[in-house]
Design a protein around this ligand. Structure first.
Ligand SMILES: Nc1nc(=O)c2c([nH]1)NC[C@@H]1CN(c3ccc(C(=O)N[C@@H](CCC(=O)O)C(=O)O)cc3)C=[N+]21
Length: 290
């Protein structure tokens, strides 16, 4: 008898993103008819690869959904004063509905101070503690961060059971890991947050039905990190020596063991940008009492 290995299914972001975009295009059209033009401002310092990848994706998504954009680029050695002045300018600009500040910020900038400056109603990627608190509270009136929201949307789209399931989140950043854990908890998952100090890391992650990898270390998730039949969401956006994008998961090493896995690129990132666009439209509507 021939034995055929069952490979895991690569689940792409595009169908999820397309579905979100379809609704958005209609919403933006309605707004434009009334003379309202949703607009996103992107605030970037320097030019690192993962920020540029997000920027390319975001600009493409905004263009295809009819959202206007403005990129503000500050030099790598920008001062705190200059960054704050620029951010306040965007807060006050009534043509701008949403602001995305790429993170992490370079060392000379005080992120802990800056996060209090972004206007919460324009904070489309949950930089402000007001929006982080709403994630914690399960309050849907704010803006949860786009990447963790994309993770949940992908899992729902592909009908992955979350309620009661064991989910391991690898990474604890404020951009992905911590809020992802909260959003998954809001879906009634049993969530374990793992990080660099976790003992027997592979043992802990390999007990999970769903593994969300968000550490930012290229291909560190190997075969022994995953449970047989697990669903793996690879959030990592690492740029290798050749400038190519790769995830936190060694996909070739785990593919035979998992049931589904997202690719990088064309996975979570493409959904992140559609959530971002959705948040800009939501912000725009709220600011115009719609
Ligand atoms: N405040 C903040 N929030 C973030 O979520 C955040 C950040 N800062 N800094 C940078 C990283 C990186 N990141 C990406 C998101 C989407 C794509 C994306 O759209 N990727 C496309 C391809 C893009 C291309 O290469 O053209 C894809 O994976 O198919 C990439 C990278 C979010 N990050």
């Amino acid at each position: 008898m021939e034995i055929t290995a069952t490979k895991g299914q690569i689940i792409k972001g595009k169908p999820v993103a397309d579905q979100i975009s379809e609704t958005l295009i209609k919403e933006v059209n309605e707004l434009v008819k009334e003379g309202i033009n949703p607009k996103l401002a992107i605030l970037r310092v320097g030019a690192n690869g993962s920020d540029l990848a997000y920027e390319r994706g975001a600009l493409k998504r905004c263009e295809s959904t009819g959202i206007q954009t403005q990129v503000v680029e500050l030099p790598e050695d920008v001062t705190q004063e200059e960054y704050v002045k620029t951010l306040k300018g965007l807060n006050e600009d009534t043509n701008i509905n949403g602001i995305l500040c790429f993170r992490p910020l370079p060392k000379q900038l005080d992120e802990e101070a800056i996060k209090y400056i972004i206007a919460p109603e324009k904070d489309v990627d949950s930089f402000s503690p007001i929006n982080s608190a709403k994630v914690m509270e399960g309050d849907k009136t704010g803006f949860p961060p786009c990447t963790p929201t994309a993770v949940v949307e992908i899992l729902k789209h592909y009908n992955v059971a979350l309620s009661g399931s064991k989910v391991a989140v690898l990474g604890r950043s404020m951009v992905v890991g911590k809020p992802a854990a909260m959003l998954l908890l809001n879906e009634n998952a049993t969530v374990t947050i793992c990080h660099s100090r976790t003992k027997d890391l592979a043992k802990v992650t390999s007990e999970a039905d769903v593994l969300v990898a968000a550490v930012g270390r290229a291909k560190m998730v190997k075969e022994d990190f995953v449970k047989e039949g697990a669903v793996v969401i690879d959030v990592g956006i690492n740029v290798d020596e050749e400038g190519k994008l790769c995830g936190d998961v060694d996909t070739d090493a785990v593919l035979d063991k998992v049931s589904m896995i997202t690719p990088v690129p064309a996975g979570v990132g493409s959904v992140t940008t559609s959530i971002l666009a959705k948040h800009v439209v939501k912000a725009c509507k709220l600011q115009n009492n719609k």
